[in-house]
Design a protein around this ligand. Structure first.
Ligand code: DHE
Length: 522
């Protein structure tokens, strides 16, 4: 063979080899992309920026190892809508997907105050009204979120009849929050849209996109501000509650500059502040919304006498309460001085005293208590906290003075939501996961025993209970496209009505929310 023939042979070989390689690479990439589009995009967004499920970006996956992510793809994730793909995808494909979601996007859209401002829309005027334009008691209305076709229904809580049904943004999550008079209600969608709805005039009055992937919102007790907690970008956004125009974007960073997602924000009315749990930093933040905020120094809020000489800090100063663990989810005592949180690593609940900003006790609850859904009530003269558990078939009852677990009530499976009412002797808890997800347990608060297990529609998940204003009726969702809200009499525990709805999720009674009933979430 001549030299030029040998050279040609080598070049041809290299060309064939390279094209084989790139062909292979393309085939693999196509497959991963197709897998992503087929199995992931519907919930996590075509661009991995999140939707019904969280954004799948390295910035948001810091606390999940690649091995854990493979496990989640194959076996699903407890307490979420994430199904198991183990029967569709093998280990290799799951790993390829994980490599993909841990690769940074070439370009993440910037969602700063300018972008937020550009998305802001006023949709309808807010007329001066003395009451609703319809004939029903405005304090006993319910909003029912219908996840199935992204609508919400306004329900008359006396007649138990729908008054109006309207379209919402895609995938609302978390409880809508009411203004203090119950006229306005604010919704957050998982993809960042915040809407303000006029319940008396039955119109959406304004909306704004406050984030790309949002957790929830809270409304200040003085009705002036809305705070939005985001997964992406890592920000808190303060909006004007009047028209939802943006006021301030706060970057979530620790002292070293590490950024974090927000787990959730809640309002603490007597403290005139918002309290925020962070996902990736072991801190809880407290942000006052009063006009003359108490100066924040060394993790404490000081009164002016002590704080003489401290520099003017302006509105919304951030108080950082340092913890020794991450808090995922929390719940306040009725006076908002103690916070009960679920700690990720220690597997124990944490009690944080808000005035001194320190952990003061641990709670003996394992599994994954859903403290955000906890309720408090009186048991034998003591205030107790009862919480369902997202990993265990148990409702845990804790004495709030001694922090001792006084009862573990065994249930038919892990539950998501728990509810009661001051006027009812019962608490209701669902069994969201497992073969008994069609069951709702009724617990007698005086004995801490399950006295009845309802099965409103055998074979279909029954979840999330909310009482009416007087505690006489409890509404249960049949969590199905062909679903319903089933109304029970809370004395006889008999069904009295069934209203067809499209995968109803949460229901929110105006009176119970604006009076911050101890039996419901705030
Ligand atoms: Fe929720 C409230 C977090 C999955 C339906 N959920 C909340 C709140 C938080 C939270 C922090 C309180 C916000 C508020 O009300 O202001 N939820 C989480 C999760 O971390 C979790 C486990 C994983 C995730 O996907 O984010 C999760 N949640 C779900 C679901 O899979 C549910 C069942 C269906 C859905 O809509 O995604 C679900 N979450 C709800 C509902 C509320 C809620 C209906 C309001 C409860 C209430 O009565 O106040």
């Amino acid at each position: 063979m001549k030299w030029n023939q040998i050279l040609l042979f080598i070049v041809a070989g290299v060309v064939i080899w390279t094209s084989l390689l790139s062909g292979n690479a393309r085939a693999t990439t196509d497959t991963i992309e197709e897998d992503y589009t087929t199995h992931c995009a519907e919930c996590h967004g075509a661009g991995r920026l999140g939707g019904m499920g969280p954004a799948l970006l390295p910035e948001n996956l810091k606390r999940v190892s690649k091995d854990e992510a493979v496990e989640v793809i194959l076996n699903g994730r407890t307490a979420t809508q994430m199904p198991a793909f183990g029967n569709i995808l093998d280990n290799e494909k799951a790993r390829a997907l994980v490599e993909m979601i841990y690769t940074p996007l070439a370009h993440i859209p910037v969602w700063d105050i300018e972008a937020i401002r550009a998305s802001h829309k006023i949709l309808a005027p807010t007329p001066a009204l003395d009451g609703p334009i319809f004939d029903a008691d405005p304090t006993n209305l319910f909003i029912v979120v219908e996840l199935g076709d992204h609508h919400a229904t306004v329900l008359d809580g006396d007649l138990m009849e729908p008054i109006h049904r309207f379209k919402t943004h895609f995938a609302l999550h978390g409880g809508p929050k009411y203004s203090s008079d119950g006229r306005f209600v604010y919704f957050a969608s998982r993809d960042g849209w915040i809407s303000k709805y006029d319940l008396w005039n039955l119109t959406t009055v304004s909306e704004v996109r406050a984030g790309i992937n949002t957790r929830n919102l809270a409304v200040s007790a003085d009705d002036r501000f809305v705070m939005v907690a985001n997964y992406l970008p890592h920000t808190l956004v303060i909006l004007d509650a009047e028209d939802l125009s943006p006021i301030r974007v706060i970057d979530i960073r620790d002292a070293e500059g590490n950024s974090s997602r927000a787990s959730a924000v809640y309002v603490a009315p007597p403290r005139e502040s918002f309290v925020v749990a962070l996902k990736d930093i072991a801190e809880v933040w407290e942000i006052q919304y009063r006009d003359n905020p108490l100066p924040v120094y060394n993790g404490l809020m000081h009164d002016y006498r002590l704080a003489e000489g401290l520099a003017e800090q302006g509105m919304f100063p951030v108080r950082r309460i340092q913890l020794d663990d991450y808090l995922d989810d929390f719940f306040f005592s009725q006076d908002y001085r103690r916070l009960f949180g679920t700690a990720r690593n220690s597997k124990k609940g944490q009690v944080v005293q808000m005035d001194i900003g320190r952990k003061i006790a641990e709670l003996d609850i394992d599994g994954m208590p859903h403290l955000g859904s906890g309720i408090t009530f009186d048991y034998q003269g003591r205030t107790v906290l009862a919480t369902p558990n997202l990993r265990k078939g148990e409702v845990t009852v804790i004495d709030l003075e001694t922090y001792k677990t006084i009862r573990r009530i065994e249930t038919l499976g892990p539950g998501f939501f728990m509810r009661s009412h001051e006027n009812s002797r019962y608490a209701f808890v669902d069994v969201f996961f497992g073969k008994d997800s069609d069951a709702i347990h009724v617990i007698d608060k005086a004995t801490l025993e399950i006295v009845e297990t309802l099965r409103p529609e055998p074979g279909k998940t029954a979840a999330h209970v909310e009482f009416d204003r007087d505690g006489r009726h409890a509404l249960v969702s049949i969590w199905d496209m062909d679903g319903a809200v089933v109304v029970y009499d809370t004395a006889s525990l008999k069904e009295i009505k069934r209203l067809p709805m499209v995968k109803p999720s949460g229901k929110y009674n105006v009176h119970n929310k604006i009076t911050r009933s101890s039996g419901t979430s705030h």
